[in-house]
Structures are given as structure tokens and as C-alpha cells.
Design a binder for this molecule. Structure first.
Ligand code: PRP
Ligand code: URA
Length: 220
């Protein structure tokens, strides 16, 4: 997949099929069902890119024909998928298909629409496991002000995940959110399908796709 670089510290996945599908998400006439299916399709492309540097180790197996040296995911590198509720849920279906051995721990956050500050209402990440080698994929389709992303990174970095092992995977991002997140947490990795123009006065991404959670779940 070709990757587009911007002046921002982010990897923009620029595959034509991904961009085609993001147009479906942006279209206000897209139904909830089509929106959900398209989020899954788009997530596949971005996650393929975000997982590109996962470490492999040698393994020895027998094919029906001969012995073979092959490469598999290293069991010394725990992989954690953390969807940010609600909207990250559809992305986690795809991440679990791609990495069946990963552990999935959910975090629930919503943005208070008055203050725009994130409210954490659920956190299933255990404090009892060793995160020092873990790679963690934080999934949320939207990176707007960056407040929710920063709250999620706060949680996982306090648990001991190294910043360079944190992957924030989103579909649409705003320059303001990327700046805020990387200023607070330089060194984390951000993968996105698009960097849009700006935020509007209600901190919605322009042109964006509206409220991702509402469009996914048919709520208003
Ligand atoms: C949306 C989105 C992000 C957040 C982004 O969630 O899924 O979590 O807003 O905005 P920010 O970068 O300004 O924090 P929302 O608060 O609508 O919650 P929901 O997923 O439950 O609908
Ligand atoms: N959350 C969304 O779902 N969409 C935006 O444009 C901003 C925050």
C-alpha cells in the first residue's frame, strides 16, 4: 500500500480502495448498515498498515511436503487491541480477525459536548499484567480535538506501555487533534485514512463524516 506523508507526524494510508470507501462514509446519505460495513472494510486497510512492523520470530513446521522454516508472531510480544467505545467497536471486529491471538480490552470514553473534555466511563485494562513489551492498538474512527485519544494514551502509558509501542488507529483525523496528541505524547504512532481540513466551532471534523457513533449505531 502506498503511504502518503504529510508534514504531520502521522501515517496516512492512501490506497485507492480505502479512499473510495472513505467517500462512502462521508456521504450523509449512506445508511447505518452500509456505514458499519464500510467502517469494517476501511479498517482492514488501515490496520494492515498499522501492523506492518510487528515483530516475527522463526518457527519450524511440517508442511504436507517437507519440513519448513517459517515466521510467526513472537509470543514474547503481547498484542493488545483496545477499542474506544462506542465507535471503535466496529474496528475491533476487523482487528480481532487479523490478529486472533491478541487480547482485547475495552475502554469507554465520550466527549462532553459542552466542555469537549473526555469522560472515561469504562476501563477493562488490567493493572496486573506486564505491559513493558506489549504493542497496543487503540481504535477509534475519529481524532478530532485529540482529547479522547489523549485520555486513552494517558491510561495505557500509566500502565507501563512504551510510547513507541502505542498505535492510535483512526479513519479520519483533524490537524488539531494530531498536533495535540503528538505534542502531549511524542513518539506514539498514528495511522489514519485521511487528514481533513479543520474543526468547526463545535469541534466536528470538516468535512469529516459527522458523528461516527451515531451513524454507526443509528442514534441521534
Ligand atoms: C467520538 C469519537 C472519539 C471522539 C473524538 O466519540 O469516536 O472518541 O468523539 O473527539 P475528540 O478527539 O475531540 O475527543 P463520542 O464522544 O461521540 O462518543 P461515542 O463513540 O460514544 O459516540
Ligand atoms: N466525534 C465524531 O464522531 N465526529 C467528529 O467530527 C468529531 C468528534
Amino acid at each position: 500500500m502506498a503511504l502518503q506523508s504529510t508534514h504531520l507526524p502521522v501515517t496516512v494510508c492512501d490506497h485507492p480502495l480505502l479512499q473510495h470507501n472513505i467517500s462512502i462514509l462521508r456521504d450523509a446519505n449512506t445508511s447505518h448498515e452500509r456505514f458499519r460495513n464500510t467502517v469494517r472494510r476501511v479498517s482492514m486497510f488501515i490496520l494492515q498498515e498499522a501492523t506492518r512492523d510487528l515483530p516475527l520470530c522463526k518457527a519450524y513446521i511440517e508442511t504436507p511436503v517437507s519440513k519448513a522454516e517459517t515466521r510467526i508472531l513472537s509470543s514474547e510480544t503481547p498484542i493488545i487491541i483496545t477499542p474506544i467505545l462506542r465507535a471503535g467497536l466496529m474496528m475491533s471486529d476487523v482487528a480481532m480477525d487479523l490478529i486472533p491471538s491478541a487480547s482485547v480490552y475495552h475502554v469507554g470514553l465520550y466527549r462532553d459536548e459542552e466542555t469537549l473534555r473526555p469522560i472515561t466511563y469504562y476501563n477493562k485494562l488490567p493493572s496486573t499484567i506486564d505491559y513493558s513489551q506489549a504493542r497496543i492498538f487503540l481504535l477509534d474512527p475519529m481524532l478530532a480535538t485529540g482529547g479522547s485519544a489523549i485520555a486513552a494514551v494517558d491510561i495505557v502509558s500509566k500502565l507501563g506501555v512504551q510510547l513507541s509501542n502505542i498505535y492510535f488507529v483512526c479513519i479520519i483525523s483533524a490537524p488539531e487533534g494530531i498536533q495535540n496528541l503528538t505534542t502531549q505524547y511524542p513518539g506514539i504512532k498514528i495511522y489514519t485514512g485521511a487528514v481533513d481540513e479543520r474543526l468547526n466551532d463545535k469541534a466536528y471534523i470538516v468535512p469529516g463524516l459527522g458523528d461516527a457513533g451515531d451513524r454507526m449505531f443509528g442514534t441521534v
